[in-house]
Design a protein around this ligand. Structure first.
Ligand code: DSN
Length: 417
């Protein structure tokens, strides 16, 4: 009897097929401005949706616990080689399933339960895996948190140094999910050396900017660098770890057999494609435009009366404090969704609201830049966003804003088929 695995999705599961179609339409028709999202290439989608998903391959290239890995080995070796080349790293592990898994493996490789590490707190811009109490990182390890200065809203490096001397951490983590400014890795390195700590960076948000050389790189300063591959980097959903040679074996052992089982080789192949794309000149141009667009959008928002945390941006994102407009972050997210712009509510430093309500919205330019928008369109979006946030009760105004957004979405489609 012929097997039945060749039937298309539309016939096998019309419900899921319809969901995919509606999500495809949503991504094309709404303007996604979440700072942590992006649209990946058709080439990567092909690799992700490939037969590599059928293969178990515990271990690493040339040292697998399964037979039949000859082509998988080639793909994973290419991904590793390209990641090292792209970032100038000694060693890369491309197997982490996500950014949290990458961070977990990094901690597991160099810390014992109960060890102290320092990181930026979640409510100041960090991440759950940066030692938050509801996360494994805050319950297995003793997390000491630094944050930003109340006035400048920029990291207070003197306070970082004071905390490091006081707590003598095993590891100091840099990197954030909502920090619009540059990191002073040279100073962090000096502080880490002074207290004998390992220096790590979670560059998830800025991995693409760093790959293209439009943001300073943490690689020369840090012992370990983790990232997700799906944010500015514009790769498949997953994680990577880069490290210095002296930690290579420990990192690899922490990922497998320490934490994960079979690697997602279809995703690893897509990561390899992503790294190849990231070496091209047009990718560098894309990342430059992401930053230019963020600056143009920030300027338009400020002109429209929106307060930006730290007064602007050096990267792909900005954090808008919406309290002077008399609304919460949750309301701002809903208002913008109503005019077909998708962003996420976010706490601002020293926020009085709980995370689910928040006083800010985080806005990023990776998605709109992938669509091909430039400074001119950022000016329109900045005007539309600030007008809607200020006058969301005026129905006519909201209708005008929505039609401007819809016109932009129509002019700059994402996927063409
Ligand atoms: N969810 C990611 C972000 O939006 O920044 C962090 O994991």
């Amino acid at each position: 009897m012929a097997n039945d695995i060749n039937t298309p999705l539309s016939q096998v599961d019309p419900e899921i097929f319809s969901i995919l179609q509606r999500e495809f339409k949503r991504q094309n028709e709404k303007i996604m401005m979440s700072a942590s999202e992006n649209y990946i290439s058709r080439a990567q989608l092909e690799a992700q949706g490939s037969v590599l998903t059928n293969k178990y391959a515990e271990g690493y290239s040339g040292k697998r616990y399964y037979g039949g890995c000859e082509f998988i080995d080639e793909a994973e070796s290419l991904a590793v080689k390209r990641a090292c080349e792209l970032y100038g790293a000694d060693h890369a592990n491309v197997q982490p399933h996500c950014g949290s898994a990458a961070n977990m493996a990094a901690y597991y490789a160099v810390m014992k339960p109960g060890d102290t590490f320092m990181a930026m707190s979640l409510d100041q811009g960090g991440h759950l895996t940066h030692g938050h109490k509801v996360n494994f990182s805050g319950s297995l390890y003793n997390a000491v948190h630094y944050g930003v200065d109340r006035e400048t809203e920029v990291i207070d490096m003197d306070e970082v140094e004071r905390l490091a001397e006081e707590s003598r951490p095993r590891l100091i983590l840099t990197g954030a999910t909502v920090y619009p400014r540059l990191w002073d890795w040279e100073r962090f390195r000096a502080i880490a050396d002074k207290v004998g700590a390992i220096l790590m960076c979670d560059m998830a948000h800025i991995a693409g900017l760093i790959a293209a050389g439009v943001h300073p790189s943490p690689i020369p300063y840090c012992d370990i660098v983790t990232a997700t591959t799906h944010k500015t980097l514009r790769g498949p959903r997953g994680g990577i770890i880069l490290c210095r040679e002296y930690l290579a074996k420990d990192i690899d052992r922490a990922v497998f057999p320490g934490l994960q089982g079979g690697p997602l080789e279809h995703i690893i192949a897509a990561k390899a494609v992503c790294f190849r794309e990231a070496m091209e000149d047009k990718y560098k141009e894309y990342q430059k435009q992401v930053v230019k667009n963020a600056k143009a959008l920030a300027a338009a928002l400020e002109k429209g009366g929106v307060r930006l945390v730290s007064g602007g941006t050096d990267n792909h994102l900005m954090l808008c404090d919406v309290t002077p407009l008399g609304i919460t972050g949750k309301q701002a997210q809903e208002i913008l969704n109503d005019i077909n712009i998708v962003v996420n509510k976010n706490q601002i430093p020293f926020d009085k609201e709980k995370p689910f309500i928040s006083s800010g919205v985080r806005i990023g330019t990776p998605c709109v830049t992938t669509r091909g928008m430039k400074e001119k369109e950022m000016k329109v979006l900045g005007e539309v966003i600030s007008s809607a946030l200020k006058q969301y009760t005026v129905v006519d105004l909201m209708n005008i804003c929505r039609s401007k957004v819809d016109a932009l979405a129509g002019e700059f489609p994402v996927y063409t088929e």
